[in-house]
Design a protein around this ligand. Structure first.
Ligand code: PMP
Length: 429
């Protein structure tokens, strides 16, 4: 038996599903997940030494490619000074300064260790600030696995087809309204009915947890206007899109000013850093200044912050996002052309900056219902054909993909060549 399979067998006895986060288990595409040993630039190697071009990139953080030498040096230097103090450090001031500079809607920011914490805390803050209970989220968007947000949540759960999680009392989710993504009329209706009770609207402006689905300008503008009119807060979840779709995040592309922004992934450069931040009068409600409690033993961890700071410095290199965006566009154009060459029409793609979607659909989806129509069998064949040829895409049709600055023309061309072979193979069967 091969080493990977035996590791997976052992893992399944010791860890639920053999994984520490569900989508890693390859449940929807089938087969054993690859156990990864190391990574460098655009490549990962599994325990059997097989190389993969990586388009998951730790689900987004590795925008500089794996193991960027400057980031690794910064982390090593931080490690030499101590792993954790549970006390204030200069690095936290410096990263806060960078975040406030790059995301102008943020005047104050609190670091946490995961996107889930950022979402949970942002919701609590919105409720504490407004004194209201109701929140609005959108079908197919994912903001972490805190209880009040596990209502038809996206990501791994969608893959298993569960509308929500067991173990969450109905009394916790009874305040969460789930509306259709990209449906401004529903928002109008909801605010007409419950406007004075709504604490916040939380949204991924480009959704990345039901594959990539672009929010429309009208949708985002409508929620901003309604929140302002009714005294609700707008929380834009940029855990995935922050420093990924543009240096200023999705909010810079939509020209929208959130009241609270969630960040994660890229701000840690691969280490556990996430954040929530926003207007000063709102953030001043957070403990110890205000009555909204929030805390974390490892929040602002000096090693993680060093990784984040080095990453935030390097993404500000002139031309970085132009190159990242054009490489991603080349990838999507090449994959789509490869499908057409093989006579496969049920395949298309889209990208924003360094984030992309590939869809086994005739056209780009506009919401969750469209995404659900994807040809799962075609996706599974594509996924496994590419994996066999050394290209690692997300093992689910509900996930977005990511490109790093190390995905150069040769890497993209190798990927497209693998896609030509894969699609030709699929067309034969
Ligand atoms: N929000 C969004 C938009 C995300 O994509 C994710 C993670 N995929 C989260 C929140 C939760 O982050 P974490 O997995 O770090 O808890």
């Amino acid at each position: 038996m091969d080493l990977n399979q035996s590791l997976f067998d052992r893992a399944q006895e010791l860890i639920p599903g053999g994984v520490n986060s569900p989508v890693r288990a390859f449940r929807s595409v089938g087969g054993a997940p690859r156990f990864i040993e190391r990574a460098k630039g655009p490549y990962m190697w599994d325990v059997e030494g097989k190389a993969f071009i990586d388009y998951v990139l730790s689900w987004g953080p590795m925008i500089l490619g794996h193991n960027n030498p400057e980031v690794v040096d910064a982390v090593k230097a931080a490690v030499d000074n101590g792993l954790s103090f549970g006390a204030a450090t200069e690095g936290e001031v410096r990263i806060a300064q960078e975040i406030v500079k790059l995301v102008p809607s943020i005047e104050e920011v609190r670091l946490v260790s995961s996107g889930t914490e950022a979402g949970m805390s942002a919701i609590r803050l919105a409720r504490g600030y407004t004194g209201r209970n109701k929140i609005i989220k959108f079908e197919g968007c994912y903001h972490g696995h805190s209880d009040s947000l596990l209502v038809k949540a996206g990501s791994g759960l969608l893959t298993f087809g569960n509308p929500s999680s067991a173990g969450v009392p109905a009394s916790v989710t009874e305040h969460t309204l789930v509306l259709e993504y990209n449906n401004p009329q529903q928002l109008e209706d909801a605010f007409r009915q419950w406007g004075d009770d709504i604490a916040c609207v939380i949204v991924e402006a480009f959704a990345g947890n039901m594959n990539l689905v672009r929010g429309t300008q009208e949708f985002i503008d409508t929620m901003r206007r309604l929140c302002t009119e009714h005294g609700a807060l707008l929380i834009v979840d940029e855990v995935m899109t922050g420093f990924r779709v543009a240096l200023g995040g999705a909010q810079s592309l939509f020209n929208v000013t959130p009241d609270i922004t969630m960040l994660g992934k890229v701000i840690g450069g691969g280490m556990p850093v996430a954040a929530f931040g926003g207007r000063r009068d709102i953030m001043e409600k957070v403990a110890p200044c205000g009555p909204v409690y929030q805390a974390g033993t490892l929040s602002g961890n000096p090693v993680a912050v060093a990784s984040g700071l080095a990453t935030l410095r390097l993404i500000q290199t002139p031309g970085f996002y132009e190159k990242l965006g054009s490489q991603t566009e080349k990838l999507i154009a090449g994959l789509t052309a490869a499908a057409r060459e093989a006579g496969i029409e049920n395949f298309c793609g889209d990208s924003v900056g360094g984030m992309f979607g590939i869809y086994c659909l005739p056209e780009q989806p506009k919401g969750f219902a469209d995404v659900m129509k994807a040809d799962q069998a075609l996706f599974n064949s594509f996924f496994h054909g590419m994996l066999e040829r050394g290209v690692y895409f997300a093992p689910s049709t509900f996930e977005a993909g990511f490109v790093s600055i190390t995905h150069d023309d040769a890497v993209i061309e190798k990927t497209i060549e693998a896609a030509r072979e894969t699609f030709a193979d699929i067309a034969k069967h």
